[in-house]
Design a protein around this ligand. Structure first.
Ligand code: SF4
Length: 334
């Protein structure tokens, strides 16, 4: 695949956090007593490896640094990276970041180095779910603070990740998530992942203890978590089907008028208690919305693929306001 347009590369292993649904929580347990579980390349070695990727894939247009939290590096290392990377490698890059690690200083440096897209895990707009179910320390307040910083960089495309189809969420949690995403500063993209109970994780064990799953068979481990919400999957996927279907419909671009495929002005009416009650009594409504959102997602993926054949600048495809600067160009803020 030497002609690939986007090269994936990671300069670290493990993660500083311990989210109960994530395979890293299992890796952490496996590594117990066997040395450092979370480890990373030095900046110099990392950049040399990235340069090697560029040499191996001369037609690559961008790199995706798949480190679990690229922003976890201390600011001195980010500074060193921003100094060397543009001249040594120079490809625009995408990376993942915890909301807790996003600061203006690091954003300045990453943008200077050539970051075109940032992927931030939010997972739920319910602080209760994040705290009690996911064991994630980033509260809504912390996410909003990070989102406001990111929003001020016009040439960066923000992607926020959410988990849907989670049987531990109650109606109030989902309504809180819907309210919260409406509060985040647009434009940005929302990606909705369908929860799977990964064998060996703490959440898998909890779900088994709580009688939500019986074991591997109904854990949903084989579900394509990127393939949209699958209401035909295990029975626990049917809980709060309607509100989850609305979140599925929100996957995509958020603007002042649109939340993904959903017009923003319709949200208050669609989340009224009597509408939710009615739709919960008629699961075919949620199923129809999910089917529509899955069709929409598939059409959009194909459309984006075709567009990317013609327009090479990803920032333009994703609607970032400013044209793509060369890696290393001075950052432009609103
Ligand atoms: S922050 Fe991400 S990679 Fe790290 S443990 Fe949580 S889900 Fe896993």
């Amino acid at each position: 695949m030497r002609h690939t347009a986007n090269v994936l590369f990671s300069g670290s292993r493990g993660c500083l956090y311990n989210c109960h649904y994530c395979s890293n929580s299992q890796l952490r347990a496996i590594y117990k007593g066997k040395g450092r579980y979370a480890r990373k390349m030095s900046v110099g070695k990392f950049i040399e490896a990235a340069a090697e990727c560029r040499r191996l894939f001369p037609k690559a247009k961008s790199i995706y640094f798949t480190d679990e939290d690229f922003f976890a590096r201390p600011v001195e290392e980010v500074c060193e990276f921003a100094e060397i990377y543009p001249a040594r490698v120079g490809l625009p890059f995408e990376c993942m970041a915890s909301p807790l690690q996003v600061t203006e200083e690091k954003m300045d440096l990453m943008v200077k180095a050539g970051m075109w897209r940032i992927d931030v895990g939010v997972e739920s707009g319910s602080d209760r779910v994040k705290r009690e179910v996911f064991n994630r320390p980033a509260t809504n307040e912390a996410v909003l603070r990070a989102a406001k910083i990111i929003n001020s960089y016009r040439q960066v495309v923000p992607y926020y990740f959410f988990i849907i189809g989670n049987p531990y969420e109650e109606r109030a949690d989902l309504l809180e998530t819907i309210r919260f995403v409406g509060e985040m500063p647009p434009p940005f993209f929302l990606r909705a992942y369908s929860l799977v109970f990964i064998p060996g994780t703490k959440l898998f064990e909890a779900a088994r203890r709580d009688g939500i799953i019986t074991g591997l068979e109904d854990s949903g481990y084989e579900i394509d978590f990127l393939g949209g919400l699958d209401h035909k999957g295990p029975s626990w996927k049917s809980k709060n089907l309607y509100l989850n279907s609305l979140l599925a419909l929100m996957a995509g671009r958020f603007t002042r008028s649109w939340l993904g495929f959903l017009p923003r002005r319709l949200v208050p009416a669609l989340t009224k208690a009597r509408v939710v009650n009615f739709c919960d009594k008629h699961p075919s409504i949620g199923k129809t919305i999910i089917n529509l959102s899955n069709i929409g997602l598939s059409v959009r993926h194909r459309g984006l693929y075709l567009i990317s054949k013609v327009i090479k600048n990803k920032r333009i495809i994703y609607g970032a306001k400013s044209p793509e600067p060369e890696a290393g160009e001075k950052s432009q803020k609103n």
